[in-house]
Design a binder for this molecule. Structure first.
Ligand code: ADE
Length: 233
């Protein structure tokens, strides 16, 4: 899978996408991430990519021409499945959306900045608008990093243990159950007996009931969806 991220702040993406699991995914050839500096497509030699908004008001808007040039030059090389724009007024990002995008080959992520991008670029190029939560960031770069991370870890082979992505929170519509490691007793608190029993059927049942209980208590919205889905089958 290839992800091209268009940004005015490339340095913000250096850290999150160049370490740990994502770096390993790139090294192993499971994912390619290309950071495109929008200023390479600036309007003039001053590096201009933004301007004041028509009608007045605070905040700069990323201009059509540099964005169109950057996207066109990528599209001239290959076809893209999605052009995603990160914005607080996009669709809320969740595991289901990450699963769907992990099946794509090539995607572009366009990071908003300042007041956003010219509406005509949204109409002309953008196929999907994504928000990572109901709060406002200074720019879309951290959102792009979160979107990329949550997609790439789902690609087959990226996680050491193939099973572990499937048992994540949300993956079966439930939060994950509690987990424990050694020692079996810490400051008087014991690991639940069943986990030490070696009886995998009982362990699975315990995990399922813990996941259900945790979801019911912490995220009744998700639990109701899960309950309705399991009743329907
Ligand atoms: N840019 C600014 N805030 C954002 C958010 N919540 N999600 C995605 N992109 C953003």
């Amino acid at each position: 899978m290839r992800i091209d991220i268009i940004t005015v702040q490339p340095a913000l993406l250096d850290g999150p996408l160049n370490h740990s699991m994502i770096q390993r995914a790139k090294d192993k050839g499971f994912a390619e991430i290309h950071i495109i500096n929008l200023r390479d497509y600036a309007l003039n030699r001053y590096g201009q990519v933004d301007d004041y908004q028509f009608g007045g008001g605070a905040g700069m808007v990323l201009m059509c021409e540099p964005l169109a040039k950057a996207i066109d030059s990528l599209k001239a090389e290959r076809s893209y499945d999605e052009v995603i724009y990160t914005s607080p007024d996009g669709e809320l990002w969740n595991q289901k959306a990450a699963n769907a995008l992990s099946l794509k080959n090539n995607i572009i992520i366009l990071c908003g900045h300042y007041k956003g991008i010219d509406e005509r670029i949204r109409n002309l190029y953008v196929t999907k608008e994504v928000s990572i939560g109901d709060y406002v960031l200074t720019g879309g770069e951290l959102a792009a990093a979160i979107i990329s991370d949550s997609i790439i870890r789902l690609l087959p082979g990226v996680l050491g243990n193939e099973e572990s992505a499937l048992t994540d929170s949300f993956q079966d519509g439930l939060l994950a159950p509690p987990v424990y490691t050694r020692p079996a007793e810490f400051r008087g608190m014991k690991v639940p007996e069943v986990l030490l029993s070696g009886n995998f059927k009982l362990i699975e049942e315990w995990r399922m009931s813990q996941a259900e209980q945790r979801t019911r208590e912490r995220r009744p919205d998700i639990y109701n969806q899960y309950y309705n889905d399991t009743q329907a089958h």
